[in-house]
Every structure is written in structure tokens, then in C-alpha cells.
Ligand binder design. Structure first.
Ligand SMILES: [Zn+2]
Ligand SMILES: [Zn+2]
Length: 248
């Protein structure tokens, strides 16, 4: 799975199905992207997992409808814009062992998987996840657990790009040598795999989710792409405007 984003392509767009995005039909994003004269739009809504163990995402039963709806839009607007269909998804070793990522990749409607590590499986208790850790443990260990999961995910070969790698440091105030070491580990893995890493415009605008220290270490060692992480029509437009300013 390789992705090549064209100049002014709109990458990383969510839909209402995740439950924390604007409640508009997918077609509204496509029509607005056309109005913005974008050559392409890349949908990557939060992926479900079988039996729906997590919140903030579509239900597993909604996956087929998500894919079918986007395929219809892809065909309907093919003369005006390229609609690309993917999913943003965490790497969890247990689901990998069960073949879930392979199953998604085998689905001909899914063009790419974007590695978005919002939480990690607890290495000591694989049935549990970092979101249920106490605050103190999160402050100390969240970035390490998420960083290790990102490295494993990169090495699994299932993903086409890494979303917001610097977001793992969201709970850290000061930049430390440990954070630099984890950044190096992720960058080396991405470099070896030749995988693009995402400067996330939503993180950039939030301030605290974006770490310039990480991007200084990254330099041009691996390909960099810009993701809007748009959860509304307004964000599609505004985040793209910021993206254009950043690449100047
Ligand atoms: Zn989201
Ligand atoms: Zn994300």
C-alpha cells in the first residue's frame, strides 16, 4: 500500500460516523473539495474493530456502508475529483495476530490504512488499553507505549503512512532526552520502511499536540505529508488554508 498525494490533495478527512465530527453527508465534503478546486480528497475515518470495544468511531456494522457510500461518490464525481477511501487505525498486536489488518487490506474498497495511534494495548495486560491507566502512569508511560506501538505498526507493513507521530507526547510538558530517544526510534523505523509521516494540521493548530522538536529531528529523513484531520466542512477549508501557508 503506497500513497502518493498530489499537490493540493486534501488528506485525512473524517465523517459523521465517528460521532465527534460534523453531522453532514460525505457528499458535502466531496462537493466542497471540488469547490476548493482540490484534485483529490482522502477519507480516513476512525476504523472500527470487531465487537466494537472502543468509542469515538463507527460501529463495525457500519464499515460496509461507509465503504459503499464512498465508492458511490468516487464513481459519481470521478470526472471532477479523485475520491480515495481509507481508514485511520491504531496498531494492536492482538488484532494483528487475529488477522484483522490483513482482512481490511484484502477488502478491495479500502485503498490505504493510516496508522493513528491514539492509545496502546497494555504490554503487561494485552486485554487492557492505555486509556484505562491512572493519570500518573499515563504521564510517565503513555508516550513510550504509543511510541512502541507505532514502531511495531510500521514494522508490520500494514500501513501506508503514520498520522501525527508527535501527538504521543501530548502529556509531556518539557522536552526530555527520553522523548528525543523515542522520536529517534520512530523516525528510524519510518526511514527503514520508507513510510511517510504526517504533519497534522489539527495538532499544529492546537499548539500542545504539535512538537517542533520532533520535526527538527525528522528533517527530511522520511517523506513528510500534510494531513488536515478535518472533522467538519469548516475544518476542511481552514486546515487546508493553514497547510498552504506552512508549505510556502
Ligand atoms: Zn477524530
Ligand atoms: Zn488521529
Amino acid at each position: 500500500m503506497r500513497i502518493g498525494i498530489r499537490e493540493n490533495g486534501l488528506f485525512h478527512v473524517h465523517t459523521y460516523r465517528c460521532g465527534h465530527a460534523q453531522d453532514v453527508p460525505d457528499e458535502a465534503y466531496v462537493r466542497q473539495a471540488i469547490a476548493m478546486e482540490a484534485p483529490e480528497i482522502w477519507f480516513s475515518d476512525h476504523a472500527p474493530f470487531p465487537e466494537d470495544p472502543f468509542l469515538q468511531r463507527m460501529k463495525y456494522a457500519e464499515l460496509d456502508e461507509y465503504l459503499t457510500t464512498l465508492q458511490e461518490l468516487k464513481a459519481k464525481y470521478r470526472r471532477q475529483i479523485d475520491v480515495h477511501i481509507g481508514l485511520e487505525i491504531e496498531y494492536f498486536p492482538t488484532y494483528d495476530a487475529q488477522g484483522y489488518y490483513q482482512e481490511l487490506k484484502k477488502n478491495p474498497a479500502i485503498e490505504f490504512l493510516l496508522l493513528g495511534q491514539h492509545m496502546a494495548q497494555d504490554p503487561a495486560r494485552p486485554g487492557e488499553y492505555s486509556f484505562s491507566w491512572p493519570e500518573e502512569q499515563l504521564d510517565l508511560q503513555e508516550f513510550r507505549a504509543l511510541g512502541e506501538a507505532i514502531c511495531q505498526g510500521i514494522e508490520s507493513g500494514h500501513f501506508a503512512a503514520v498520522a501525527h507521530p508527535d501527538r504521543i507526547f501530548r502529556r509531556q510538558k518539557e522536552w526530555t532526552p527520553d522523548m528525543a530517544a523515542m522520536s529517534e526510534k520512530i523516525l528510524r523505523a519510518a526511514e527503514r520502511a520508507g513510510l511517510p509521516i504526517e504533519i497534522n494540521i489539527s495538532s499544529y493548530l492546537s499548539g500542545k499536540l504539535f512538537r517542533p522538536e520532533f520535526w527538527k529531528l525528522a528533517g527530511d529523513r522520511c517523506p513528510i505529508l500534510y494531513g488536515l484531520d478535518a472533522h467538519s466542512l469548516l475544518e476542511l477549508e481552514e486546515h487546508d488554508r493553514v497547510r498552504r501557508q506552512l508549505i510556502l
